[in-house]
Design a binder for this molecule. Structure first.
Ligand SMILES: CCCCC/C=C/C(=O)SCCNC(=O)CCNC(=O)[C@H](O)C(C)(C)COP(=O)(O)OP(=O)(O)OC[C@H]1O[C@@H](n2cnc3c(N)ncnc32)[C@H](O)[C@@H]1OP(=O)(O)O
Length: 289
């Protein structure tokens, strides 16, 4: 209920959290955790995640992200979105572990519903989505990138990308897996999912997790030039083709959303899984020294 109210509030431009401004002819609207600017090639918005320190996809961040996408989808002048991050060195650390640890089943269900919602909206978007991956992109971060039509990654060996869930003692759900298989093929996905592989940019390019690796200072210009190329294709034929390629994967979740929420909730509530997450969070803390 509270989230629905927040959603209504945010959808109104000019509300306390969602504001629309005119800056040097470019339009922008900003929530606390997502900034959207329409600059560069006509009809293109740049969406920047800004949920420091690591752009984890908290419930609030997911909600703001979904609402921002919804706004762009409803704006007929927008044909493409470049998805990137404002947090230095991090594209997104993925789902917020603190939303999946030490909470109650109702919270897990609410959280998962919002993860599904964002994924469905991103994956089935009619807009051209290009990700400018300017930092680490594990698990849910990789998921965001995989939803895009084209992925450009910064050539920095410190940045890694992949579905690493198994390293955390958790299991990527079937729709994460399906999208991985669609992108890199069954054999590579099977290996990478079991091992929880986090690929360097060069490895990610080789296996097909990303489409292009460029020097870090060229990620945004490359994403823009890719977008220009995609914008040259008539929208109707590109959209119908995208729908044809992605519909079966999206439908398999749509058909069983409730069951998927139940699965997630009972899985994540298990003592053994909570223990694994606890250990992983401790490891992250210890890493800091
Ligand atoms: C059925 C279940 C299916 C569920 C599917 C799950 C999908 C997911 O996305 S699970 C999340 C997987 N994510 C990760 O494994 C990433 C973990 N994080 C990292 O590896 C690193 O933090 C980093 C590479 C993203 C960034 O490293 P660095 O710049 O060195 O920053 P720190 O590690 O010091 O982190 C700062 C701060 O942020 C906290 N944090 C990191 N990741 C997350 C996260 N995903 N959720 C929540 N919080 C996270 C980290 O613990 C630090 O917190 P403090 O110690 O309180 O400062």
């Amino acid at each position: 209920m509270a989230l629905a109210a927040a959603r209504r509030l945010l959808l109104h431009a000019g509300s306390r959290l969602g504001r629309r401004e005119a800056v040097d002819g470019a339009r922008r609207f900003a929530n606390k955790r997502v900034l959207v600017e329409t600059e560069g090639p006509a009809g293109v918005a740049v969406m920047k995640l800004r949920n420091p320190p690591v752009n984890s996809l908290s419930l609030e961040c997911l909600t703001e992200f979904t609402i921002s996408l919804e706004k762009l989808e409803n704006d007929k002048s927008i044909r493409g979105v470049i998805l990137t991050s404002e947090c230095p060195g991090i594209f997104s650390a993925g789902l917020d572990l603190l939303e999946m640890y030490g909470r109650n089943p109702a919270h897990y269900a609410e959280y998962w519903k919002n993860v599904q919602e964002l994924w469905l909206r991103l994956y089935t978007s009619n807009m051209i989505l290009v990700s400018a991956i300017n930092g680490a992109s594990p698990a849910g971060g990789c998921l965001l990138a995989l939803c895009c039509d084209y992925r450009v990654m910064a050539d920095n060996p410190k940045y890694t990308i992949g579905l690493n869930e198994s390293l955390l003692g958790i299991v990527a759900p079937f729709w994460f897996k399906d999208m991985y298989v669609n992108t890199i093929g069954h054999r590579e996905a099977e290996r990478a999912l079991q091992l929880g592989t986090l690929f360097s940019p060069a490895e990610a390019l080789k296996v097909g997790v990303v489409d292009e690796v460029v020097p870090e200072d060229q990620v945004h210009s490359k994403a823009r030039s890719v977008m220009t190329k995609w914008l040259a294709i008539p929208d109707h034929s590109r959209q119908l083709t995208k729908n044809m390629m992605r519909k079966a994967t999206a439908d398999s979740l749509i058909k069983q959303r409730e069951a998927d929420i139940q699965n997630f909730t009972s899985f994540i509530s298990k003592d053994s899984i909570q223990k694994s997450l606890h250990m992983y969070l401790e490891k992250l803390k210890q890493k800091k020294g």
